[in-house]
Design a protein around this ligand. Structure first.
Ligand code: PAF
Length: 301
């Protein structure tokens, strides 16, 4: 008797990935233009990609579950991208546990044997060493995260575009917790005509309100209590200036990096007399751990 395996196909090299994608291509449910697959399958896309740096948590798994609903075949990439870490950030400290990640991805409603986990090393993604040509996040990369982490978003966009080319998805899913990253990816896809639909997925929070992050694992009990200031900051209300001040107050037990109240598309700060919907973004360090969070807020109402 054969045992039906439910684990996804794990690949590390470009050649293994190409072979696994070819299998997915052969198995793809045929669709004609405009049909969006509805005549054959309820799923609108053939292949979805969820890009991660591993150390998976429920936030990542919610993206994979959504990918599963949207596409016949799913590829999850696990790659800690050196290009998006500055020399002062400890790349080697970033948590890595492929065995645990694979077990989580094989959970109910997530990946099956026809799905692929692509876990390359840096020598596979960057065979010629650091790339000479890179994607620039432009003005979106110059504010907030871009000030605190210069070049970070350029590094993210460069690897995202490479992984899009390598995995050939019709749809790519990104979490809203990295709101600036999501906005930059959307803008890259639009400005550079990448043939991929970008889907953003809501932030997943623990019961106490803290946004799930691989970095939460670094927090001691006391640091975690202080870290709650970030999600509390997102409840600030009033005028633009009152919201900025209220958010800073809520984070007084952290080392505040920034409070941004911005237009969700351009990431330009909204003026003091602004009335309407804006994105409130906060970043702070607690102990040695840097955390970010964000929410859409009504300003001046
Ligand atoms: O959000 C992340 O985990 C990373 O920035 C990403 C999109 C996988 C690129 O390395």
């Amino acid at each position: 008797m054969t045992t039906q395996t439910t684990t996804p196909t794990l690949v590390h090299t470009r050649e293994e990935l190409a072979a696994a994608l070819a299998v997915q291509d052969v198995q793809a449910v045929p669709r004609t233009e405009g049909q969006a697959g509805t005549a054959h399958t309820a799923r609108p896309y053939r292949r979805a990609v969820v890009m991660t740096m591993g150390a998976l948590h429920a936030g990542h798994l919610s993206l994979v579950a959504r990918a599963r609903e949207l596409a016949d075949a799913v590829v999850v990439t696990i790659f800690v991208n050196p290009l998006q870490f500055s020399p002062s950030e400890d790349l080697s400290r970033y948590p890595r546990d492929l065995h645990r990640d694979l077990a989580l991805l094989s959970g109910p409603g997530l990946l099956g044997p026809d799905d692929v986990v692509f876990a390359p090393g840096p020598e596979v993604v960057y065979p010629d060493g650091d790339p000479i040509v890179r994607v620039s996040a432009g003005s979106i990369g110059d504010v907030l995260e871009g000030v605190s982490r210069p070049g970070h978003l350029d590094g993210v966009l460069t690897v995202v575009l490479k992984l899009m080319h390598l995995t050939r998805p019709e749809v790519a899913l990104f979490g809203a917790k990295d709101a600036q990253q999501l906005a930059a990816v959307r803008r890259m896809v639009r400005d550079l005509d990448a043939p991929v639909t970008v889907v953003g997925a809501p932030i997943v929070r623990d019961e106490d309100g803290i946004a799930l992050s691989s970095r939460n694992a670094y927090l001691s009990d006391d640091e975690r209590r202080r870290a709650l200031g970030l999600s509390r900051a997102l409840h600030a209300r009033g005028t633009a200036d009152e919201i900025r001040a209220g958010a800073r107050r809520a984070m007084r037990e952290t080392e505040v990096d920034y409070v941004g109240l911005v237009d969700p598309v351009t990431f330009a700060e909204v003026p003091a007399d602004f009335v309407g919907e804006a994105l409130l973004l906060v970043a702070a360090t607690v102990g040695t751990t840097r955390l970010i969070d964000n929410a859409v807020v009504q300003v001046g109402v």
